[in-house]
Design a protein around this ligand. Structure first.
Ligand code: ADP
Length: 259
């Protein structure tokens, strides 16, 4: 394996929604050009954790953060951080496609237009290459000006990925990106995620352990403590976690899900 470069460094992260502590003492590295899977039982804070990596949780209410989250040495919770820029660099794909009720082209161009003006020809190229990178081009190239909501849910999710890619993020956070999809659409998205790995760093929440085993390089297993606060139980190379997990809770979770 080539030398690993840390893209996001999380140290002693405590996270609160209001006064409720949701995550405690999370420390882990997200490595560049690797796929990191976050798995664990429902309610253990997986989603909260990935949203803490680009400060998306702030859109949901009062939060408090202790500890550090560094994106290539920059403390993302510093007051000087430009949130729009941060969220362009660290993009996010949600569990269900959340397209705008406009055409396919405008969905993908949306974030690019907000980030700055581009001549039409250049914008066309950006949109085309993002849709191609999301392996959707052949399916939509003849209907770019038709409503995005007419696409199948698998296609809509790949269009959401295209929209996220169009602003050229360095990291893509994916929260259960295949949760609402049938097996065929799921495999397409998994292949797509794998193909993006050479360009991007990916962090993916999944409840599907087999999916984590299939496509991730690193796996973080989260659980809750006696106070129902989310904790990182174990982190390591995916093969290590699946074949030689150190913690019994990880082994139980994996074996329960593989049977
Ligand atoms: P998971 O993704 O592992 O299912 P979540 O991160 O969604 O877990 O939730 C962890 C805990 O945080 C849950 O107890 C949930 O109720 C709580 N929580 C999630 N989002 C919010 C929010 N916006 N405000 C308050 N509590 C929340």
């Amino acid at each position: 394996m080539n030398k690993l470069i840390t893209a996001i460094k999380v140290r002693n992260l405590n996270f609160y929604y209001g006064k409720t502590k949701i995550l405690a003492e999370i420390s882990m590295d997200i490595y560049q050009n690797q796929i990191t899977a976050i798995m664990g039982p429902s309610g253990c804070g997986k989603s909260t954790f990935i949203k803490a990596l680009n400060r998306m949780n702030e859109l949901e209410g009062e939060i408090k953060v202790e500890g550090r989250v560094e994106f290539f040495t920059q403390n993302i919770y510093s007051r000087r951080v430009n949130l729009n820029r941060l969220r362009r660099q660290i993009g996010m794909v949600l569990p269900k496609p959340n397209l705008f009720p406009v055409n396919i082209y405008d969905n993908v161009a949306y974030g690019v237009k907000i980030a700055g003006w581009h001549p039409k020809q250049e914008l066309d190229k950006i949109v085309e290459s993002a849709i191609k990178a999301a392996t959707l081009w052949d399916e939509v190239k003849d209907k770019l000006h038709k409503s995005a909501l007419g696409l199948s849910s698998g296609q809509q999710q790949r269009l959401c990925i295209a929209r996220a890619l169009a602003v050229k993020p360095k990291v893509l956070l994916m929260d259960e990106p295949t949760s609402g999809l049938d097996p065929t659409a799921t495999i397409k998205i998994e292949e797509l995620i794998h193909s993006l790995r050479s360009e991007l760093t990916i962090v993916m929440v999944t409840r599907n352990t087999q999916q984590a085993a299939r496509i991730s390089d690193f796996t973080a297993f989260f659980g809750t403590d006696n106070n129902r606060v989310g904790r990182l139980i174990e982190f390591g190379a995916t093969a290590q976690i699946f074949n030689h997990a150190v913690d019994e809770r990880t082994r139980d979770y994996i074996s329960g899900h593989l049977n």
